[in-house]
Design a protein around this ligand. Structure first.
Ligand SMILES: NC(=O)c1ccc[n+]([C@@H]2O[C@H](COP(=O)([O-])OP(=O)(O)OC[C@H]3O[C@@H](n4cnc5c(N)ncnc54)[C@H](O)[C@@H]3O)[C@@H](O)[C@H]2O)c1
Length: 383
C-alpha cells in the first residue's frame, strides 16, 4: 500500500536589502539654488511632486524654494500644515494622502519637506507609505531639524497615547541643509536645536561642549550656528548605522528621550521638544548616578551646560510621577514593565548595560527616585 508522503516543510530565508543612501549637502543659500546643486537631476521630470511645509515657513521661504525646484523643470504642488506639533497626527496625514492622490502623484514622485522636525516627520511618513514608498528629500529649516530630525530614518506621527507611536524607518535620498535660514529662527527654537546637538556632545564629543560653553552668550551669531551645524551633522552621521535597528547608535540618538517625550507630551505643547529632551537628559544622568554608572562630574556637566544655554533642566512639579510613568510605558523601547535607556559613564563615553545590550533596563522605582533627585538637585545647582 502506498504510504502517505511526509508533510513537506521548507526552511529558508532571504535578505531584502534596498540599499538606500542618504546624501547630505550643507550649503549656505542652497535652498534658493537647488537647481544648481545637482540634487534634482535624478528626479523624474514626467512625475508630479509634492512639497509639505508649515504656515510660518511658507511665509518665509516657500516661494524662492519652489522657484528653484521649478527652474529645474519640475512640477511641484505645495501643501501647508499648521505650524504646531498637533499637525503630526493621523488626521492630517490622511488629508495629505487624499490631497496627494487627488493631485496625481505616482511611484516616481518625490515628497519634499520644507520646515522643522514636525514637517520632516510628517512628510517622511507620508513618503514612506504612499505606494509603499516614494521619493523623499528633506529641506530642513530649524536647527533641530538640520542637526537631527531630517538626518534620521525615523518618520513618525503622534497618537493619543503618546509621541511618535505610529511610524516607519525611511531614509531621505537627499538632505539639503542651509544654515542661512536659521537667521529667522527665534532664540527659544535655537536653544531647542542646541539641546539635540548637546546630546551628541554629551555622548560623543566633549570638545563640542567646550565650544558651546565658550559661545553660550552668543548663540544667535551666524558663525556659531554654521559651525554648530557642521559639527553636529558629523556627530549625527557617525551615529547613522548601516542597520536600521542598531542598539548602540539608538541608545545615543535616544539619550534622554524616554522621559523627555513623556514630559513633552504631558505639557500639551507648553514644553517644546528640545526643552523636554534637555530635562530628560538630566533625569538620565540622575538614573546613571543612582545605578552607579555615571560619575558625579558628568551629572554636574549636564546641568551646567544645559542651564548655561538657557534650557530647562528639571521635571515640572505639576507632572506627577505616575503620569510620567504612564507615558514612559509607551516609549518604543519599553518592555516587560521596564524602561530602556542609554546611560553615560562619563562625557563622551556611553556605558554598556550588558553583554547583549548597550542600554540599561530601568524599573519604576529607579525612575521615580531619579526624578525626585532631579527636582531636588536641579534646583540646588546654580551656575
Ligand atoms: N525623527 C527623528 O529622529 C526626530 C529627531 C528629533 C526631533 N524629531 C521631531 O521633530 C519635531 C520638533 O522639531 P522642531 O523643533 O524643528 O519643531 P517644528 O518643526 O515644530 O518647528 C518649530 C517652529 O519653528 C518654525 N520654523 C522652522 N524653521 C524656521 C525658520 N528658519 N525661521 C523661522 N521659523 C522657523 C516652525 O514654523 C515652527 O513654528 C518633534 O515632533 C520631534 O518629535 C524627530
Amino acid at each position: 500500500m502506498e504510504q502517505p508522503s511526509a508533510a513537506v516543510s521548507l526552511a529558508s530565508s532571504f535578505r531584502a536589502d534596498n540599499n538606500m543612501t542618504t546624501k547630505v549637502t550643507v550649503a549656505p543659500n542652497g535652498l534658493w539654488n537647488l537647481d544648481s546643486l545637482g540634487i534634482l537631476d535624478n528626479i523624474r521630470k514626467d512625475s508630479k511632486h509634492l512639497l509639505i511645509t508649515d504656515k510660518n515657513v511658507e511665509k518665509l521661504y516657500l516661494r524662492p524654494v519652489l522657484a528653484s525646484i521649478e527652474r529645474a523643470g519640475h512640477l511641484v504642488h505645495s501643501i501647508v500644515v499648521p505650524a504646531e506639533e498637533s499637525s503630526k497626527t493621523f488626521e492630517i496625514y490622511a488629508r495629505l494622502v487624499q490631497d496627494a492622490l487627488d493631485y496625481g502623484i505616482d511611484k516616481h514622485s518625490v515628497v519634499f519637506s520644507l520646515g522643522g522636525g514636525l514637517v520632516s516627520n510628517l512628510a517622511g511618513f507620508l513618503a514612506s507609505t504612499l505606494y509603499r514608498g516614494i521619493g523623499l528629500v528633506h529641506l530642513p529649516t530649524s536647527l533641530l531639524a538640520q542637526v537631527d530630525a531630517s538626518l534620521d530614518f525615523k518618520q513618525a506621527l503622534n497618537f493619543s497615547h503618546g509621541k511618535n507611536l505610529i511610524g516607519s524607518f525611511y531614509p531621505a535620498s537627499h538632505v539639503v541643509i542651509d544654515p542661512v535660514v536659521l537667521r529667522t529662527l527665534n532664540p527659544r527654537l535655537i536653544r531647542c536645536g542646541l539641546a539635540e546637538s548637546i546630546k551628541h556632545g554629551l555622548c560623543q564629543d566633549s570638545e563640542f561642549l567646550d565650544f558651546v560653553m565658550s559661545h553660550h552668550n552668543r548663540l544667535g551669531e551666524p558663525e556659531f550656528l554654521a559651525e554648530t551645524v557642521n559639527r553636529s551633522v558629523k556627530m549625527k552621521i557617525d551615529m547613522m548605522p548601516d542597520s536600521l535597528h542598531s542598539d548602540r547608535e539608538e541608545t545615543v540618538k535616544q539619550y534622554g528621550h524616554a522621559v523627555g517625550h513623556a514630559v513633552e507630551f504631558l505639557s500639551g505643547g507648553d514644553i517644546f521638544h528640545g526643552e523636554a529632551i534637555a530635562i530628560g537628559m538630566c533625569v538620565s544622568a540622575e538614573i546613571g548616578k543612582l545605578m552607579g554608572v555615571t560619575d558625579e562630574d558628568t551629572v554636574d556637566t549636564h546641568y551646567r551646560i544645559l542651564s548655561a544655554v538657557g534650557l530647562p533642566t528639571t521635571v515640572p512639579y505639576e507632572q506627577s510621577l505616575g503620569d510620567i510613568w504612564n507615558k514612559v510605558r509607551y516609549d518604543k523601547h519599553f518592555l516587560s514593565d521596564r524602561a530602556y535607556t542609554g546611560l553615560l559613564r562619563t562625557i563622551g563615553v556611553p556605558g554598556q548595560g550588558s553583554a547583549d545590550h548597550h542600554g540599561y533596563w530601568i524599573t519604576r522605582d529607579i525612575l521615580f527616585r531619579a526624578i525626585e533627585a532631579n527636582r531636588e538637585n536641579g534646583n540646588r545647582r546654580t551656575y
